[in-house]
Each structure stands twice: as C-alpha cells, then as structure tokens.
Design a protein around this ligand. Sequence first.
Ligand SMILES: [Zn+2]
Length: 312
Amino acid sequence: MSFSNQVKQELVRELPDKECCRRAELAALVHVNGQVIPMDGERLKLVVRAEQAGTARKIYTLIKSLYGLETTAHSKTLRRFKKTRIYEVHAIINKDAELWKKLQGFSTSSTRKRYLTANLIRRHCCKRAYLRGMFLSKGFINRPEGEYHLEIIFQELALAKEVQRLLTKFNLSSRIVERKRNLVLYIKEGEKIVDFLRVVGAHKALLDFENVRILKSMRNSINRQVNCETANLAKTIDASVRQIQLINQLVELKGWEFLPAQLRDLARARIEYPDKSLKELGDLLDPPLSKSGAAYRMRKLEKWAEEIIDFS
Ligand SMILES: [Zn+2]
C-alpha cells in the first residue's frame, strides 16, 4: 500500500466526536468532490465522490449522522485512462429544508467566492477536521524514504488560497503552483509534513514518517563524516607523496649519512609508511614524537631538502 493510502486509511477511521467537527470535515469533502444536481420538483441530489471505499463510507456516515438524509453509496469504474474505480455517495435534499441552507454554506456553487464561512471553522478542533477532510478528498503524501512531499489538489484558486491561509494558523507554510490545469498546494519540508500529520490526527503514520526521517538524517551525518575522513586521508596522502619525492631526491644527491640522525629516522619512517599521518609517524619513532613535534621536524626536513635540491 502506498504511504498516501496508509495515511488515508488511518484518517478514515478517525470519526470526530463533536458535531461541529463532523460538519467541518464533511464540508471539506463536499467542497472538493461534491456536486449538487437539480432533480424533479423541489428536490436536489448531492453527489460526493471519493477515491477510496473507506472515504465513501465516512462521507456516508457523516451525512447520515448529521442530517439523517436518504443516502446511498455507489461505485463505478472510469475508463478514461486506465480502469479506475471511484465511489459516490448520493443524498437527496429538499430545497426548502433548513439543511439546504446549511449545505449551501459550503456548496461548490461558482457564485460563492468564499468557501469557509467563519462559523464552519471558527474553532481549532474544526479547523483540524476541515484539513483532514481536505487531505482525504484530494491529498497526496510521498513515502518518507523518498523526497519529502505533501500536496492537495484543487480546481479553484479561491479555495486553494483559503486552505493555504488555514494552514498558516498551524504554522504550516505551503506553496501553490499550477499543474495540468489543476492547482497544487504543496509542502516540502519534512518537519512541516510531520506537523501536518499531527494536525489532521494521523498519529500512526506520523510515527512511521518520523522513524524514517531519523534513519535518513543519521545516514546523512554518517556520510558527511565519511566524506570528511576521506578528505583528510586524501590530504595526508598528497603531502606524503610530496615528502617522499623530496626525501628520495635528497638521498640520491647526498646519501642517507648526510641527514642528521633526528631527521633521518623521520624520513625513513615516512618512506616505509606512506599512508600514515604525521601523528602516527611520530608514535613510531624512538623516542616517540608528538604530533606537533613530528610536523615541525617534517617541515624542517622539507625546507632543507628543497634548498639542497635547488642548489645542486
Ligand atoms: Zn469542532
């Protein structure tokens, strides 16, 4: 199962206790995937689409428990690209009923510019429920092993912007881009995606996401360390190659006996152990030399060798 579906399955099971939150969550589902179709006489049919059976069940339960409407669930196969199964929940609404006014408050009618009436999402709990409904409708989250990415797809800029504003109430910054005639609201920062999962109540998915994030950051820091060690090793070897060349030239010109005893031991150690650092070379000498002692002596040896080679 994709990580996105894992999150949705968890969110589907989260049925709000409070009526205010149920209303807000249903509103989000209707705002994105709902449609009102006129029927005979005074009646209207509300059709809400869902990509998962679980989401359809939730829409069904919300409509029933909130409004007690005559509700039916359907599934059909779309053949546009590949065979895709989609689900629909139908509810019959009487135009005159009080309910119709309420539903109008969050209908997808194009005459309404603002979707989120202040009442609907006044409370903190309802804001979270609304965002949960949004994610269930048209949300997508990439698996944490890959690139961090969470998005919600919209048809209308006005609604995308209202959701963007709503996210800022939870300190979540997002961006909106156009993609294939859709508007995509997305979040890229791993930390913010974790916050989003917390806000909508996907606690199990949040833990899974965090675990992978910790492993990834550990791996990165190990890689950084290895790169650093490799760089140091490369530096040691470069220096060592230069030192060995100088020593060999010097010995060729003057012979080993020409070198003072202290420098001779260090020079021999260098040729014998080309991959050792100066500190390690210092340890090998008798008596041993400190790292700075070995470095000082090596500089002296190099300078001296360069002068002699230059003059001969
Ligand atoms: Zn609430």
